[in-house]
Design a protein around this ligand. Sequence first.
Ligand code: SF4
Length: 192
Amino acid sequence: MNATDQFRKWLQTNPGPWFIGELRIEPGYFLLHRKDSPQDPLRQLGSSEEFLGVVRGNDLQSFRPLRGAPGLSRGWKWGPLPLETLVLALRWAYPTALASWSFWKEGRLELTDASTVARRQTGLYETLKELTQEDWQRAVFRICHKECLRIPLWSPATQEVHETETTLPLLCPEPCHYLLTRARGDQGPKPP
Ligand code: SF4
C-alpha cells in the first residue's frame, strides 16, 4: 500500500480532527494550526501559494530553515481540500513525513545512524567524522529535542514513538542537514 492509500485508510478509520506536527486537519478536509479552532475567526487561504507562505515563514514571517521546527503562524485555515491536495500540503509542510510514517507502519523504515552519515561527508563536513557518540547525544538533546518536532529514531538519538489514533507522528530516520550544519558549527575552527 502506498503512503497516500495508507493515509486515506487512517483518516477513514479514526474520527477527526487529526493532528500532524503543528497542523490540525478537520473533517472535510480543512487545514489549520493545531492551536486554532474552526470556530475562531480565521483568515481563509485561497491558494497553495498562500499555504506555502505559511509553512515557509513563522510568526515573525522569517524563513524557517528547519521544517520540523515549531513556529507556524496561526489564524488561518485552508479548505475544503480534496485528499490529493491535503497530501500535497502535508508534504510541503513536513517533507517525507507521510512516506516515513507509512514505511514505519509496515516495519520497513530504514534508519541511518549518525556515524554512518558522518562517514559519508566530504569537504567542509568531513570533520563530523571526529564526533563521538557523546557529542552526537549532546547535539540531539540541544537541537533535535529543543528545536524540532520530529522524533529521531536513529542511533545514538533513538527516541520512542508514542502514536495515538488521531496524531500522525513526525518521524526522523536519519540526521538532517540542519543538524549536521549545527553540529559542525559547534566543533569550532580547526587549529592552524
Ligand atoms: S535530525 Fe534532529 S533536527 Fe533534524 S529533522 Fe531529525 S529530529 Fe529534527
